[in-house]
Design a binder for this molecule. Structure first.
Ligand SMILES: Nc1nc2c(ncn2[C@@H]2O[C@H](COP(=O)(O)OP(=O)(O)OP(=O)(O)O)[C@@H](O)[C@H]2O)c(=O)[nH]1
Ligand SMILES: [Mg+2]
Length: 372
């Protein structure tokens, strides 16, 4: 499911909702034409009351309806929303709008009745004024919720978009190990950069395409910066949610320790991550291969094989040799772009291997486009 956080329409604020409603109401009254004064005033006042109430109720419920229901949102999104704006607040403010809508409709109905039942025009005017007053006071209570939603929309617009039906590679590791550089080096086209709620950092979402299938890559800055015990529930939820979005997790280790985290700490982190994501295929990758001393044995061979493949037009699925370090781990240099094509092929192989063995058997609830 592709979530529509980016396309949430503008949320009208309290005054804007009232202006819209009252001006529509005025126009509705202007259209009334009746030579009998009592009939005319009655129609005018009841239309004003009803129109104002209807416009407000509709505006509020329309807002509620376009905001995705958290119960039906993917776990990763819910964790991100919780971290960005708070799920409890999210639910509370939407339910305030629902409440406001009901109140306003009931005020509209009650006062329209008063207008219809009286024969005295001044009482009709009074009932219309009373309706406006009561509606405005309901709107004063809904106002803070509209303001909250309007701000939340700004935050949610920047959530990374991850298509859950497409393969997604989650790139994690300690701070500064080279996650963003890796994603950027493997990305064809522009990388999306989103603000990340947990820290002042940014989240990168990149893509590459193989045989017309887009592969998404997403990094996890800030998620793993703190020791496991110091993390709060929401951060833990977000980490756990990686299991739902990731077809494959790459854990980057910086052997050079240039990142500022010792190898020992990075190893602890790897243990934590492995424990948190028991169901996900994970590859440990040594980053910054160019800083390894000595360079991996295969350095020259991989450099030549990748260069040759690129010169030949980068076609097909070649068996490029992987760059392997002295610990028998796959390694690459994002800045020198060595071992990257081989790494990309390995990613594709691993994701394919992890997918359904029977290509016709899809998980429940999925549909095949070619069978529609
Ligand atoms: N020599 C070398 N430096 C690298 C390589 N990849 C990344 N770096 C450097 O390592 C530093 C951190 O790289 P980033 O890609 O920002 O690391 P990150 O893991 O995204 O960092 P955070 O988002 O802060 O957690 C930068 O100065 C990069 O230039 C590499 O392959 N070789
Ligand atoms: Mg980064």
């Amino acid at each position: 499911m592709k979530v529509s956080w980016r396309t949430l329409p503008t949320v009208l604020l309290e005054d804007e909702v009232l202006d819209k409603a009252f001006s529509r109401a005025r126009k509705a009254a202007d259209r009334v034409d009746d030579s009998d004064r009592v009939y005319r005033v009655r129609k005018q006042m009841s239309r004003m009351t009803q129109t104002a109430a209807d416009v407000i109720a509709t505006t509020l419920t329309d807002t509620v309806n376009v905001w995705p229901s958290l119960d039906q949102s993917p776990t990763f999104d819910v964790a991100m929303i919780d971290a960005c704006v708070g799920c409890d607040d999210y639910r509370h403010h939407l339910s305030m709008l629902q409440w406001g809508s009901r109140q306003v409709l009931s005020i509209g109905g009650q006062n329209a009745k008063k207008i219809i039942r009286t024969g005295r025009t001044e009482l009709m005017h009074d009932a219309r004024k009373e309706a406006y007053g009561r509606i405005s006071s309901i709107m004063r209570r809904v106002g803070p919720s509209l303001a909250w939603l309007s701000q939340a929309r700004e935050t949610l617009k920047r959530l990374p978009t991850i298509d859950q039906l497409l393969p997604c590679i989650v790139v994690c590791g300690a701070p500064n190990v080279g996650k963003s550089a890796f994603i950027s080096a493997l990305s064809s086209g522009n990388m999306e950069v989103n603000h990340y709620p947990f820290t002042t950092k940014q989240i990168h979402v990149g893509h590459f395409t193989h045989r017309r299938l887009p592969y998404q890559m997403v990094d996890t800055p800030g998620l793993l910066d703190r020791p496991m015990l110091a993390r709060n529930t929401i951060e833990l939820q977000a980490i756990a949610a990686l299991e739902h979005i990731g077809s494959l997790v790459l854990f980057l280790m910086d052997e050079s320790e240039a990142c500022g985290t010792s190898l020992e700490e990075q190893t602890h982190l790897l243990e934590d991550v492995t424990a948190m994501l028991p169901g996900t295929d994970l590859i440990v990758v040594t980053s910054k291969a160019d800083l390894l001393d000595p360079l991996p044995d295969m350095w020259a061979e991989v450099t030549a094989a990748e260069a040759e493949w690129r010169e030949d037009g980068s076609e097909g699925t070649p068996d490029l040799p992987l760059l392997i370090d002295h610990k028998d781990r796959i390694t690459m240099s994002a800045t020198e772009f060595i071992g990257m094509d081989a790494m990309r092929m390995e990613i594709i192989r691993r994701i394919k291997a992890g997918r359904n063995v029977d290509p016709m058997a899809l998980p429940e609830g999925w549909y095949r486009r070619d069978q529609e």
